[in-house]
Design a protein around this ligand. Structure first.
Ligand code: SF4
Length: 74
């Protein structure tokens, strides 16, 4: 386990996506309120952002991209 990656095998939804390594750190994506997030989302008819098929925040190599978009450094 590190501060940049962990898998929560005790979560009842794990694995929420089928992928080789699944980072649970950003389970609730911190980029949700960005309209220019780099993820794969669609807008529902009611304007709600649907991220259910996006794996971007769970891919370990995207940690630094997310931190940068939040305005931080890593
Ligand atoms: S599309 Fe992906 S990266 Fe963008 S807010 Fe949704 S879960 Fe986050």
């Amino acid at each position: 386990m590190s501060s940049q990656f962990f898998e929560n095998h005790s979560c009842e939804y794990f694995p929420c996506h089928e992928m080789p390594e699944l980072n649970c750190l950003f389970c609730y994506c911190p980029l949700y309120h960005f309209t220019d997030c780099p993820g794969d989302y669609r807008l529902l008819d009611n304007g709600i952002k649907d991220c259910s098929h996006c794996i971007f925040p769970h891919q370990p190599e995207h940690y630094s991209v997310i931190i940068r978009q939040l305005g931080g450094t890593f």
